[in-house]
Design a protein around this ligand. Structure first.
Ligand SMILES: *[C@@H]1O[C@H](CO)[C@@H](O)[C@H](O)[C@H]1NC(C)=O
Ligand SMILES: *[C@@H]1O[C@H](CO)[C@@H](O)[C@H](O)[C@H]1NC(C)=O
Ligand SMILES: *[C@@H]1O[C@H](CO)[C@@H](O)[C@H](O)[C@H]1NC(C)=O
Ligand SMILES: *[C@@H]1O[C@H](CO)[C@@H](O)[C@H](O)[C@H]1NC(C)=O
Ligand SMILES: *[C@@H]1O[C@H](CO)[C@@H](O)[C@H](O)[C@H]1NC(C)=O
Ligand SMILES: *[C@@H]1O[C@H](CO)[C@@H](O)[C@H](O)[C@H]1NC(C)=O
Length: 562
């Protein structure tokens, strides 16, 4: 056979040339013909508290906390510290309600949170410090910070000179392009406000959308879903409706179509929402916007909470997801069916651009003992796959993760899972599902040893001025024992989310524009990459940067985008 002139080989040759000039064109996930189910590992039988809120920090530690009015936890505070202001534990509570977990050593230490953080919200600021807002009773208007440190000296600080204008219980937060944090809603708080505070200026603004989306019996507008859009406005979803808000002028600039099929998506009909990866490939003009698409999955029918809480009837949770291209001139929801119904599902963006839907139950609602039939299987969602192949059911855990459970993406690509407390206090024998103090990690298929030969490993990130600058070229060198140009490489940055009540606040992924990949030596390569085009696409802050080759991500390195 005359190989040279065979049309197939000519095609391959042309294909190869084309691919070599477009390093990102191959879809990251497309190479893996089968997706294995992944593995669960119990990291800790007990961290002493129930991880109700979770935030990964820029020094590879994770802060987790529950609430101070919960009774005594199973972890003592160090140095004889106690909390005296408490209403639940009189006269004093000398146990921790927050821990700092170290990813590399799989160890944790107790932290001292002073006032009640129950059902609160948070966000990292542009310096990578946690700013946590609100909670319950004495904690309802408190602003707290946690600044990561390299030794054991750092702990919670309650700001003495700044408080919230409105009490915030079940609010949501988002870091803004100008470095401020917006805090939206909460129980009986139909307003938004900002951090940091200027004591001279009252910056709490009424948001009628929160009044209109409030259900008189069940609320259903709590923990609203917030996503910062690439035009700088804020997408807000509550109940079954959504808007785009110009928070600088307190003006609703767009109302999107009502999400169809009748399911409700916010607490207590808790589903989850993500902004799908913003793709900057080919976008170089700082005034251009990448396409933005929101995806919301899970939840329950209106009435689910009343039925389960008062009548003990646990109806089936939502089976649907909806995708909305919010940057379209006339966006419409495109609905899809999940393989398993879910309430209280967490949704996390993966370095590959896929999503994992994890935790939750198939029946009932959020709230105390209001859900039945935990879903032990996470589901992978591949947004760019053929619609019939987008969902893949993954391996099951043995631990129920219901109300007050959390999940977060770790810099090594694993998913950290903790919490679950459907009871009024710690109840390790509670029926039907106990309070969980354990921590687990889920290892996705891309961590399987069989893909080790494809896995890139980042050596250095060459930056001008120690940061990834907007619109500026920088380079990432990596090694890979079996690098294949035709399988494509992408460089992605992911903002670590503040996770609670199934919503990852601030979660954000940007796929950067890789302009070229150069081979440096036998196994070393250098990707030349352009930083995010502007602050709306990636607000200044700390991001996990991954190199993804053939659908297999490297470990992340932390980069400061500013
Ligand atoms: C608390 O921790 C101790 C020591 O690890 C353990 O023996 C005990 O069973 C734990 N109690 C609860 C309620 O988890
Ligand atoms: C803003 O905060 C002040 C002080 O707490 C409060 O009196 C006022 O009612 C708040 N405004 C709104 C719109 O809630
Ligand atoms: C959306 O919610 C409103 C208020 O509860 C309700 O009247 C309407 O029927 C809902 N629409 C859909 C499509 O679920
Ligand atoms: C970027 O886009 C704007 C608006 O479309 C245009 O006016 C400008 O010339 C473009 N800049 C470059 C460098 O292409
Ligand atoms: C879950 O919902 C399904 C569908 O409504 C129902 O058949 C089943 O009995 C429910 N399970 C429980 C435990 O209530
Ligand atoms: C734990 O929950 C069970 C019901 O499941 C209840 O009987 C028991 O009193 C609870 N224990 C505590 C300490 O609240």
């Amino acid at each position: 056979m005359a190989i040279k002139n065979h049309p197939f080989f000519i095609f391959l040759f042309v294909f190869y040339i084309f691919m070599s000039f477009s390093p990102e064109i191959a879809h990251a996930g497309s190479y893996l013909s089968t997706i294995t189910g992944g593995n669960w590992v119990v990291l800790q039988e007990s961290i002493g508290i129930s991880a109700m809120h979770m935030q990964v920090l820029r020094n590879n530690k994770v802060i987790m906390f529950d609430r101070t009015d919960f009774g005594r936890s199973n972890l003592s505070l160090p140095d004889g510290k106690c909390r005296y202001k408490d209403e639940a534990v009189k006269p004093k509570d000398c146990t921790a309600h927050a821990v700092l977990y170290d990813i590399a050593s799989n160890t944790f230490r107790p932290l001292m949170v002073q006032t009640d953080t129950w059902c609160s919200s948070g966000s990292l600021d542009s310096s990578g410090n946690l700013i946590q807002t609100g909670g319950y009773k004495a904690g309802e208007a408190v602003i707290r910070s946690f600044t990561p440190c390299d030794d054991d000296s750092c702990d919670w600080v309650e700001l003495s000179n700044q408080v919230l204008w409105n009490r915030r219980w079940y609010a949501s937060n988002q870091l803004l392009p100008d470095g401020r944090i917006i805090i939206v809603g909460g129980r009986r708080a139909f307003t938004y406000e900002f951090y940091p505070k200027n004591p001279q200026e009252r910056d709490n603004f009424t948001l009628p959308f929160l009044i209109h989306t409030r259900d008189p019996q069940e609320e259903i507008n709590l923990y609203p879903f917030l996503h910062l859009l690439p035009d700088g406005n804020l997408f807000i979803f509550a109940n079954n409706r959504s808007i785009s808000l110009d928070y600088k002028r307190n003006k609703v600039i767009k109302e999107y179509p009502v999400m169809p099929v009748g399911d409700r998506r916010n607490y207590p009909c808790t589903g989850s929402s993500v902004l799908l990866p913003l793709r900057l490939t080919g976008i170089t003009n700082v005034t251009d916007h990448p396409e933005a698409e929101v995806m919301i999955c899970g939840g329950a029918q209106k009435g689910a909470y009343i039925k389960s809480n008062y009548l003990h009837i646990y109806g089936q949770a939502s089976t649907t997801c909806g995708r909305l291209k919010v940057t379209d001139p006339k966006p419409e929801w495109v609905m899809e069916l999940m393989p398993i119904p879910r309430i209280m599902n967490d949704m996390l963006l993966l370095p590959t651009g896929d999503l994992i839907i994890i935790n939750g139950a198939t029946n009932g609602s959020a709230g105390w003992n209001d859900a039945m039939n935990p879903v032990y299987n996470p589901v992978l969602y591949q947004p760019d796959e053929d619609p019939t192949r987008r969902f893949v059911v993954l391996s099951s855990s043995k631990i129920a993760r219901l109300y007050h459970s959390t999940a977060a993406l770790l810099p090594d690509g694993r998913i950290l899972v903790g919490g679950s407390n459907p009871h009024q206090g710690y109840n390790m024998t509670g029926k039907p599902y106990p309070t969980e103090l354990s921590l687990e990690a889920f290892y996705l298929h891309y961590l399987d040893p069989q893909y080790a030969y494809l896995r890139p490993s980042i050596l250095t990130v060459e930056l001008s001025d120690r940061a990834v600058s907007y619109g500026e070229l920088f380079s990432v060198t990596f090694v890979c024992s079996s690098y294949r140009l035709d399988l494509g490489v992408s460089v992605t940055v992911i903002a670590p989310s503040f996770t609670t009540h199934s919503f990852g606040m601030n979660q954000r992924m940007v796929v950067l524009n890789v302009v070229s990949v150069v081979q440096l030596s036998m196994f070393a390569y250098k990707a030349n990459v352009i930083g995010p085009i502007n602050v709306n696409v990636a607000p200044p802050g700390y991001y996990m940067m991954f190199v993804v080759h053939a659908g297999i991500p490297s470990n992340a390195v932390w980069v400061n985008v500013c």
